[in-house]
Design a protein around this ligand. Structure first.
Ligand SMILES: Cc1cc2nc3c(=O)[nH]c(=O)nc-3n(C[C@H](O)[C@H](O)[C@H](O)COP(=O)(O)OP(=O)(O)OC[C@H]3O[C@@H](n4cnc5c(N)ncnc54)[C@H](O)[C@@H]3O)c2cc1C
Length: 355
């Protein structure tokens, strides 16, 4: 079977694009290497309790995303978690949220964890439209359609059009490793290639801590610091745990995570926790249980915030081939809202181009 559109990545951008493409009558297949959907809006289970080790919360500023969030709230997928968070800086120390400044942009989260967003988008797709555990390792253009080869099984999936929502380094690596096929080599095109090469992503380390402690006065602390950028009370987003334990999530800064990218995760976590102790108090360093997660592509410090997606028209010009599209949180601001809006925009473009 040849699908109308093959989407790489079942994060929020890929799933939103798939939803809109399907609503416009296109058959889609979304491929993702992970076990579940939602990408970096990710949740793990810690003894059955959801913990967000990726995105912590999200805001909605554009009318289109506000409408989606209103629908999610109405159906209980997410809720307004906070109006703003404590801030910390070396001179002023820990400061409560500035109520006036923050009032316009509620911070939303999901009781079941942030992966609820991806699961909800995927649930609206026709059965069989998403294949997880499917890492795409090679692409080929064969006459009038794309083929994506899946690692392990060697399965080959076919689609007339291709939309990549992979983080840019992973997209570039995939095209690079497929470039023996001259059509794939030209699929990026000079213009798109140079724009994507200029995108800068940053890694992040997430440390999760758990213990039986009283609730702190803050839901989350945001900070500009060499070592950490976020200390959150993850359990504040959930129903109270039966065992009374609280979970905290710490995120390391991009520079720190880069420096520790190929070094011991445990040693990195020790430093992250020690730094958190200097900010919110020594008690946090004494929490007895710990997990660590390494994100290789966490954020996009230098993305393409003025574009909604990229389209390589050059690929199509020669022999009537359809353009290749790149979308995701590289565009429109490196956040959940940007990913969603980029997915919507790319779907609209594909529908317009394939009418
Ligand atoms: C630690 C951390 C904290 C964050 N905090 C926030 C926050 O508080 N608020 C906020 O709004 N945003 C936050 N973000 C950013 C937010 O999570 C992302 O902007 C958004 O989820 C990106 O969605 P996406 O669809 O563009 O990409 P992704 O979610 O990355 O989706 C891309 C998908 O491609 C898949 N993939 C990669 N390579 C292949 C391959 N070869 N074959 C098949 N599949 C592949 C991946 O498994 C992934 O599921 C955070 C991110 C991280 C990591």
């Amino acid at each position: 079977m040849i699908h109308d559109v093959l989407l790489l990545g079942a994060g929020l951008s890929g799933l939103k694009a798939a939803r809109d493409l399907q609503a416009a009558g296109k058959s889609v297949l979304v491929l993702d290497k992970s076990r579940g959907v939602g990408g970096r809006a990710a949740t793990r289970r810690w003894d059955g309790v959801p913990v967000d080790h990726g995105a912590q919360f999200f805001t909605a500023r554009s009318p289109e995303f506000r409408a989606q969030v209103a629908d999610w709230i109405a159906r209980g997928v997410c809720f307004e978690w906070a109006k703003g968070f404590h801030q910390w800086d070396p001179d002023a120390g820990l400061q409560p949220p500035d109520a006036d400044k923050e009032a316009g942009h509620p911070r939303h989260a999901c009781r079941a964890g942030m992966s609820a967003l991806g699961k909800d988008l995927a649930a609206g797709l026709a059965e069989g439209s998403v294949r997880t555990g499917a890492r795409v390792v090679a692409l080929a253009w064969v006459g009038d359609h794309w083929q994506a080869r899946i690692e392990g099984s060697g399965d080959v999936i076919a689609g007339r059009r291709l939309v990549s929502t992979l983080p840019v380094p992973q997209a570039l690596a995939l095209f690079e490793q497929s470039s023996a096929d001259p059509a794939v080599g030209s699929a990026l095109g000079a213009f798109v290639s140079s724009k994507l090469q200029a995108v800068e992503t940053a890694p992040s380390l997430a440390v999760m801590l758990r213990g039986d402690v009283p609730a702190p006065e803050w839901q989350g602390v945001q900070l500009r610091d060499d070592t950490i950028t976020w200390i959150g009370t993850d359990s504040d987003k959930r129903e109270p745990a039966a065992d009374g334990k609280r979970v905290f999530v710490l995120h390391a800064s991009g520079p720190f995570s880069r420096e520790w990218q190929n070094r011991s995760l445990d040693d990195a976590a020790d430093r992250i926790v020690a730094r958190a102790g200097e900010i919110v108090g020594d008690w946090i360093t004494k929490l007895p249980e710990r997990q660590v997660h390494r994100w290789r592509y966490s954020s996009v410090p230098h993305g393409l915030e003025n574009d909604a997606y990229l389209r390589n028209g050059e690929f199509g010009e020669a022999d009537g081939r359809p353009p290749v599209y790149f979308a995701g949180d590289t565009f429109l601001g490196s956040k959940i809202e940007g990913a969603y809006r980029s997915g919507r925009a790319v779907a609209e473009a594909v529908v317009a181009e394939s009418r």
